[in-house]
Design a protein around this ligand. Structure first.
Ligand code: GAR
Length: 201
């Protein structure tokens, strides 16, 4: 099963996935492509270090979302991609793209959705005074940070937490959760029923 990991930055989630693949803990999934919309994304170096094919797809000036997404979809289809993993990919996907890869796109978000969607989720949780937060892996639908939830993990917020310390604690859980979701998907163990995802044995 061919997986494309889409990134925009640091790529620590990408690295966690590639490490699990190396340890043969990614089920039937093979990361066959890493795509970045940002040319100097740090994660591209990680992909190369693991010998992965990389493609940089920066949006052209004034290019509308759907035109970009058509190009992205073509790239993924050319590479026979079965699962699209958003690992810190900071672009909103158009309904065109989401429908083309319906229930085949998963995203990791650093909060317990539906709380704190959008950017700076860790800061949102701190500012709100939440006592717990965490991370969510979910299928992507037409709304931002909204689709059916696959897995979630809780992180406790301490009084002494800063945005940085909280992000670090959440990231540790992300690195476990995202590869796990990919493995479950690759083994056909995720059954989507409306908003709910049933995990079968
Ligand atoms: C991760 O914390 C991920 O959850 C977040 O971006 C970071 C990427 O880190 N994604 C979002 O906020 C999406 N809404 P990484 O590049 O080191 O994997």
């Amino acid at each position: 099963m061919n997986v494309a990991v889409l990134i925009s930055g640091r790529g620590s989630n990408l690295e966690a996935i590639l490490e699990k693949e190396k340890q043969k803990e990614l089920g039937n999934a093979v990361v066959s492509l890493v795509v970045s919309n940002i040319p100097d994304a740090k994660g591209l170096e990680i992909a190369k270090r693991y010998g992965k094919k990389t493609i940089v797809l920066p949006p052209h000036r004034n290019q509308n979302r759907e035109t970009y997404d058509k190009q992205l979809a073509e790239t993924l289809e050319k590479n026979n991609i079965d699962l699209v993993v958003l690992a810190g990919f900071m672009r909103i996907l158009s309904p065109f793209f989401v429908n083309k890869f319906s229930n085949k796109i998963i995203n990791i978000h650093p909060s317990l959705l539906p709380s704190f969607p959008g950017i700076n989720a860790q800061k949102q949780a701190l500012d709100y005074g939440a006592k717990i937060t965490g991370c969510t892996v979910h299928f992507v639908d037409e709304k931002v940070d909204h689709g059916p939830i696959i897995l979630q993990e809780v992180v406790l917020v301490d009084d002494s937490d800063t945005e940085e310390t909280l992000a670090k604690k959440i990231l540790e859980k992300e690195h476990i959760l995202l590869p796990k979701a990919i493995r479950l998907f690759s083994e056909g163990k995720l059954i989507v029923e409306g908003r709910k995802v049933r995990i079968v044995n």
